[in-house]
Structures are given as structure tokens and as C-alpha cells.
Design a binder for this molecule. Structure first.
Ligand code: AMP
Length: 407
């Protein structure tokens, strides 16, 4: 269920774009246009571009001069045409129905010259920031060179806000720095809702490893009413309980942690759910023979690669009375058809729940779109994998800390 009307505003204690008088001013907007491209350099998913439109449209309406910037991929500090932002300029132009002037670099006299000629409402997109090695080094000179282009700095790049890079942190030393609408929305959901949820609040956690989710579990243990664990990480929990899990993914060094956290949260009254059945195979391959077995009956040589239908039922019932659901991590190896059903079924269960629903961290958003669930049926799908995880772990984001505090 989509439920955007639930009041969660006012969480962000930083300046936002609406606090600035931007008419006629040059705005350096750091966006996250790190979109997936196919071999012919076509954008295969433009959600990150579309998510920044509210900020760009607001800046147009207010009569600002808009300088859009981003990284794309990992060009390792060198110019590499495969990582050019040129396709993004084209897509932006189509989405905005407005000319977007693409500049072949992000600093230097030519860029400064083009920017100096901008009129109110004009938009330029600078070339990939990471073509310069100084970007990822948070180099001061580079930060200063970027700052020369603008009067104000706006961070709308949630997906990169966990990186202390020049265009995220360094530049804020030289320009008044505020958040864009996307960044604000991400914080309102991933921090605001998670810290003051409407109850019952259920965390649905999956993904490969327990070790990747220790921080999230640790941060959520005092906030949730229920924890549901699926994915590869479930088998470390099950082994810790004494089950034979065959060749399933198990982190032996995490067995004690798994038991401890389960006992700790259970003692607090948090309801804790693990799969009761699973889809097993002898190898992680598309054509592999599969069986559905109770978790008590995983044979040697077989590995659990998805939750089974009984677990789908159990988890769906457990989600039934939730008022807030946070979902992070797939229930199985959803990239392969034979092991995707559990994840896809839960995607539908989350979408159908009469709750405020948040999907974030890792590739859970991909699982939702592959499941055929319309994004509108989820209250909020985060645009940041690593950044979302870091927030859910209760940690600060360098890009957020660097913005000016609201008075
Ligand atoms: P994460 O980035 O930790 O959320 O992990 C996502 C990955 O976990 C996906 O690529 C899945 O293929 C993988 N995964 C989910 N369930 C299992 C499983 N039962 N065994 C192995 N890998 C899994």
C-alpha cells in the first residue's frame, strides 16, 4: 500500500533548498546519476534520474541557474567514454522537456566560461566527476575548483552521501550547502520512520550474509516489534540452533552472534521468525534440480537457495498486522528463476500490506522491480544501497553531516 500521507516531516535538521533564496543564483546540484547502462550505453533504469526531478524542477521554477553534477561508475580517475554522463544529459532533456547543455568536463576555464553565460532556468550537466582522481580523494584544490562554478551547493545524491568525496564533502567548505528534496525524503524515511515507527514495526531482512547485516540488526533491535530473517543469512541462524543445513551458506564465525542476537531480542519481547522450509539444489545454477524440504531435512551436498512456500505463508501472516515494514535483502538467490519465488512472493506481500512500507539497502529495489511489483505500491524505495545500509546501521553519512545546520 502506498501511504505517503503519514507525517514524518521535520526530521532533517539541515538546511534544505527551500531555505535558500536561489533566484538568479548558480546552484551546484550534486546528484546521483549513477545509472545502469547496457553495452550500447543506453540507460536501462532511470529511476535515479527521475528521483532528482523534484529538486531540478523547483530550481527551474525559482529561476536558478542549474549546474548538475554526478559520478557514474568507477572510471578510476581517468577519462573513459564508457562512463560518460552524455546519455544522462539526453534522458534529462527528455524528462524535463528542456535543453540540457552537456559540458565535456567538470572544472576548468571552459566550464567556467559556459556557466558564466547561463540565464535563469538554464541547465548544464557536467561530465563525470570521477574522471578526475581528486574527486574520490576529497582533494581541497579540486573541491575549490568545483565551488568556483556556483553560489550555492545542493546535495541530492543520497546514493553517494556515504562517500567523503570532493563533490560531497570537500566543496561544502567553500559554499553554503543544503539538501535537495530527494536527500531529505531519504532521511525522513530511513531515519525518521525507522526511529519513530507506527507500530507494529516489522523488519524483513535477507541477503547473503549475517556479517553484512550485523550493524542493521544491532541498530534495529531496540526499535522493532518483529524480525523476519530470510536469505542466505537464515542458515547461520538455523545452524546456530542445531539444524543440519547441508551445504547452505553458513558463516561459522557468526554462529555465536546469531544465537546471541536472537536470544537478546526475543528476551525483549521481539518476535523472531526464521524460514521453516526452503528450496534446495546441489548447485547455484539455472538448470539445477530443485526440491522443497523442511529446514530440518536439508541433505548433505544440498544447499538452501530460497525460502519455501510454507515460509512465504508464515512470513506473510507475520507481516499481516504490521503498520510499518522495513525490507532489506532478498529471501533467496532471486537472480535465478528457480530461486526467485520466495523473494517475489514477499515483494507482493509487502506491496499488499496495509502499512507504511520502506524498501532499502543493497539490491532489494532490484528484487522489487523484478517481482513485477509497481513502485507506487511501496511507500518508499530508497535510491541508495550502501548509503541506506549505513543509515539503517544508525551511522552518520559524511555528505549529510557536511551540510549547514538549520538555525
Ligand atoms: P546482500 O547484498 O547481503 O543483501 O545480498 C544479496 C545477495 O544475497 C543476492 O545476490 C542473493 O543472490 C544472495 N542470496 C540470497 N539468499 C541466498 C542464499 N540462500 N544463499 C546464497 N546467497 C543468497
Amino acid at each position: 500500500m502506498n501511504n505517503h500521507s503519514i507525517p514524518i516531516k521535520g526530521v532533517l535538521n539541515k538546511l534544505t533548498i527551500t531555505d535558500l533564496d536561489i533566484k538568479g543564483k548558480r546552484l551546484f546540484i550534486r546528484a546521483d546519476f549513477n545509472v545502469p547502462l547496457d553495452e550500447d550505453l543506453n540507460i536501462t533504469d532511470d529511476r535515479r534520474v527521475r528521483s532528482t526531478l523534484p529538486t531540478i524542477n523547483y530550481a527551474i521554477d525559482e529561476g536558478a541557474k542549474i549546474i548538475l553534477t554526478s559520478h557514474l561508475g568507477r572510471p578510476k580517475g581517468k577519462v573513459d567514454k564508457r562512463y560518460s554522463l552524455a546519455p544522462v544529459a539526453k534522458r534529462l532533456q527528455r524528462l524535463l522537456r528542456k535543453e540540457v547543455l552537456f559540458l565535456p568536463d567538470c572544472i576548468g576555464p571552459d566550464v567556467e566560461d559556459s556557466v558564466s553565460k547561463m540565464q535563469e532556468g538554464d541547465i548544464v550537466l557536467l561530465e563525470n566527476l570521477r574522471f578526475h582522481p581528486e574527486e574520490e580523494k576529497n582533494d581541497e584544490k579540486f573541491s575549490k575548483a568545483l565551488s568556483k562554478l556556483a553560489d550555492y551547493y545542493i546535495n541530492d545524491a543520497f546514493g553517494a552521501a556515504h562517500r567523503a568525496h570532493a563533490s560531497i564533502v570537500g566543496i561544502t567548505k567553500f559554499l553554503p550547502a543544503a539538501a535537495g528534496f530527494l536527500l531529505r525524503k531519504e532521511i525522513e524515511y530511513l531515519q525518521g520512520v525507522v526511529n519513530s515507527p507506527v507500530r507494529p514495526f516489522v523488519a524483513l531482512l535477507g541477503g547473503a550474509k549475517v556479517s553484512g547485516k550485523i550493524g542493521v540488526l544491532g541498530n534495529l533491535e531496540n526499535k522493532v516489534d518483529k524480525v523476519i530473517i530470510g536469505g542466505g543469512m537464515a542458515y547461520t541462524f538455523l545452524k546456530a540452533l542445531g539444524y543440519q543445513v547441508g551445504d547452505s551458506l553458513v558463516e561459522d564465525e557468526m554462529l555465536a552472534f546469531a544465537n546471541n542476537i536472537r536470544e537478546k531480542v526475543t528476551a525483549k519481547g521481539v518476535k523472531f521468525y526464521l524460514p521453516v522450509d526452503c528450496v534446495i539444489a546441489q548447485s547455484i545454477e539455472p538448470g539445477a534440480e530443485t526440491k522443497i524440504v523442511p529446514v530440518q531435512e536439508i541433505p548433505k551436498g544440498w544447499r538452501a537457495l530460497d525460502i519455501g512456500p510454507a515460509s512465504v505463508r508464515l512470513f506473510t501472516v507475520a507481516l499481516g498486522n504490521a503498520k510499518t515494514i522495513l525490507w532489506n535483502g532478498p529471501m533467496g538467490v532471486f537472480e535465478i528463476d528457480a530461486f526467485s519465488r520466495g523473494t517475489f512472493a514477499l515483494a507482493h506481500a509487502v506491496a499488499d500490506a496495509y502499512a507504511l512500507t520502506i524498501v532499502g539497502g543493497g539490491d532489494t529495489d532490484l528484487a522489487v522491480s523484478r517481482a513485477g511489483v509497481s513502485p507506487e505500491s511501496i511507500s518508499f524505495i530508497s535510491t541508495g544501497g550502501g548509503a541506506a545500509l549505513q543509515l539503517l546501521e544508525g551511522k552518520d553519512l559524511p555528505g549529510l553531516v557536511a551540510l549547514r545546520d538549520k538555525q
